[in-house]
Design a protein around this ligand. Structure first.
Ligand code: ATP
Length: 315
């Protein structure tokens, strides 16, 4: 349990579109200065949840506080504390990055020296200083996303919501986005809520990950804890053909928790991947059973998601 301050709390937060419930009674505490991953497939309701927390959509049920302010009764205060970097790009392609930022800075009421220094600051964070005077139409998809992030930082939010910021982004820009997030947390103790359906990103970037599906949080823990609770480590062996006696004997070997056979592929689950691999391979060698190939799979958030929902993240 963290001793850090809770910055956002939701209680039964709900959003419906006609008879369809997109967010279904979400209870959630988010700590100050953490990067929280909201990991779920397309259509899980991630955008809808963060749209409510940034006052873009009104909830239909439940309640929430953001930075101590009530989400519905004090929505204008909440608005000053948060920023949402949306999936869709809201940029003017015929203007330069600096002109785009100037336009959005005006909307935030920034003026004069403060406006100029804020624009400089966000261009630096997004690592776009060298491109500041180029028309955005000439930018790559990844650079546009970084500029979108820069726009979202103009009001120096306490809480930054990033909605799938790396979809369709080249690896270099993805790394820039990750660097920017780490800088924001270290330099400004910013709280970041990061939605994604890429488990590698959640695993790499986030302090805690909420496994989210069908508008519900199924579990929320540090990544390592999720992996320990639900992760499956597997040894997969491919044979030309599998003798029945082999399958019958395999469960009696040390560290074999469970196993199954599909076609000529034997999958063994174990909490001790090294132990099971040594034992199974040694037994197979002793019995001179020809193996076509073998693979070991460490547990990852994909297997956590599979365990909790019965389906893959990107079906
Ligand atoms: N304005 C709307 N009217 C009706 N249904 C909506 C609306 N907005 C979202 N939905 C539905 O709510 C569900 C959740 O959508 P949401 O965009 O929140 O999911 P998501 O997890 O962010 O996925 P994606 O990454 O695909 O956007 C989807 O089934 C979507 O079709």
């Amino acid at each position: 349990m963290s001793t850090r301050d809770i910055l956002i709390s939701t209680y039964g937060l709900t959003k419906k579109f006609d008879s369809f419930t997109a967010v279904n009674g979400v209870d959630l505490d988010i700590y100050e200065g953490e990067v929280l991953g909201l990991l779920g497939p397309n259509g899980a309701g991630k955008t809808t949840l963060i749209s409510m927390l940034t006052t873009i959509l009104p909830p239909d049920g439940g309640s929430a506080t953001v930075c101590g302010y009530d989400l519905t009764k004090e929505s204008s205060k909440v608005k000053q504390m948060v920023s949402l970097v949306p999936q869709d790009l809201a940029l003017y392609l015929t203007l330069t990055a600096e002109e785009n930022l100037s336009f959005f800075a005006n909307l935030y009421g920034l003026k004069g020296r403060e406006k100029r220094s804020r624009i400089k600051e966000v261009l630096k964070i997004a690592q776009l200083e060298d491109w500041a005077n180029r028309k955005v139409g000439a930018y790559s998809g990844g650079m546009k996303r970084r500029l979108n992030l820069a726009v979202g930082l103009l009001n120096r939010p306490k809480v930054l919501f990033l909605d799938e910021p790396t979809v369709g982004v080249d690896p270099q820009s993805r790394n820039h986005i990750f660097d920017s997030i780490q800088y924001l947390v270290e330099e400004f103790q910013m709280t970041v809520i990061y939605t994604t359906h890429y488990m590698e990103e959640a695993q790499e970037l986030c302090d805690r990950v909420a496994i989210y599906d069908k508008g519900k949080i199924l579990d929320l823990e540090e990544t390592d804890t999720l992996l320990q609770k639900y992760g499956e480590k597997q040894l997969v062996l491919d044979f030309k053909s599998i003798p029945d006696w082999l399958v019958q004997h395999i469960s009696s070997l040390p560290y074999v928790d469970s196993h199954h056979v599909i076609d000529n592929k034997l999958t063994i689950h174990s909490s001790n991947l090294l132990g099971v691999t040594e034992n199974v391979l040694s037994w197979i060698r002793t019995n001179q059973i020809p193996v076509e190939s073998f693979n070991v799979h460490e547990s990852d958030l994909e297997s956590v998601f599979l365990k909790l929902t019965g389906k893959k993240l990107r079906d």
